[in-house]
Design a protein around this ligand. Structure first.
Ligand code: DAK
Length: 263
């Protein structure tokens, strides 16, 4: 319990508090700008938690002032298309997309550009009242490049997404809540605790069912309904082969809490 293990990370702080894995972006001087190395570390840490049986859910967070102000503009300013291709930064974003265990984003302060896109890679978002979301890339002559035009549009709708992406204006946590971009907004002192509550709640469920359910929900983003329903059905059938399913239903009938084993 509350074990902290020092890991070889430079730009993030990783805390293993089974059943929750916590990843904090830690470049406060640049508002947690996402350099290539930060992203790589986030992907490494999430993959390590995916392999750790004691961890059932993750929290991805920054600090009170910034979740992340986006891609590291210093690093990008000199880049050529060939640099971008060679660095293959998109591969890192693809790794984030493949994380199997749920990720709760705990967002306070700025979540801009790549930072907003990183928040949208999470499965749920708890925001502090001070959080601000935006895709300001247009202000520096580019456009969202890590899913913003797609994920934001699917989440808040075409008109709102156009406004944010074409004007670069930020929206407040309350507006984000109204438009379905965050699960809940709480006072500054409470956002991390709320995120943890959500993670702990999920951690009590059967891990295989959680994993299959997450996968099926994400499938809704890139499949037509019929195909998505087929996918859901496969995962549903599969859960009937787990010990956790027998245990869950047995526990219900015996009026006791289930003892899930992730088998
Ligand atoms: N990159 C680098 N440094 C940043 C930064 C960023 N995105 N954001 C802030 N900083 C640094 C500032 O330069 C400043 O450093 P010093 O001057 O003290 O050395 C320090 O953080 C504090 O920032 P400010 O002094 O500006 O603080 P303010 O409170 O006045 O303003 C702000 C806060 C968040 C409104 C402002 O810093 C700001 O507008 N920041 C930039 C926000 C932004 O434009 N973000 C979008 C970046 S473009 C890709 C995938 C994705 C992307 C790119 C490629 N591939 C897969 C290839 C994504 C692109 C983006 O995100």
């Amino acid at each position: 319990r509350n074990r902290r293990r020092p890991l070889p990370y430079e730009h993030i702080i990783v805390e293993s508090e089974p059943p929750v894995g916590i990843i904090r972006l830690n470049r406060p001087k640049v508002l947690n700008a996402l350099s290539f190395d930060v992203l790589r570390e986030i992907a490494d840490a999430l993959e390590a938690f995916d392999k750790d049986d004691r961890i059932k859910a993750n929290i991805l967070t920054g600090n009170d002032d910034a979740f992340s102000a986006g891609a590291d503009i210093k690093e990008l300013s000199e880049a050529t298309p060939v640099d971008l291709i060679q660095r293959n930064q998109f591969a890192l974003w693809d790794r984030l997309k493949k994380i199997a265990k749920p990720i709760v984003g705990a967002v306070s302060g700025y979540a801009l550009g790549g930072g907003c896109e990183l928040a949208m890679c999470c499965d749920m978002i708890v925001a502090s009242e001070t959080a601000r979301f935006g895709q300001p890339e247009i202000n520096i002559g580019i456009m969202p490049g890590a899913g913003g035009t797609q994920r934001l549009t699917r989440t808040v709708g075409k008109f709102r997404a156009m406004e944010m992406i074409l004007t670069g204006q930020h929206i407040t946590a309350r507006e984000a809540e109204k438009h379905g971009l965050v699960n809940k907004v709480v006072p500054l002192e409470a956002y991390f605790g709320e995120a943890k509550k959500l993670a702990l709640q999920i951690a009590q469920k059967g891990p295989v069912a959680v994993r299959m359910a997450k996968e099926a929900v994400l499938k809704a983003f890139d499949t037509p309904l019929e195909e998505g329903l087929q996918f859901e059905r496969r995962n549903f059938y599969l859960l009937f082969s787990t010990e956790d399913m027998r245990e869950g239903m047995k526990a219900f009938m015996e009026k006791r809490p289930p003892n899930f084993k992730g088998r």
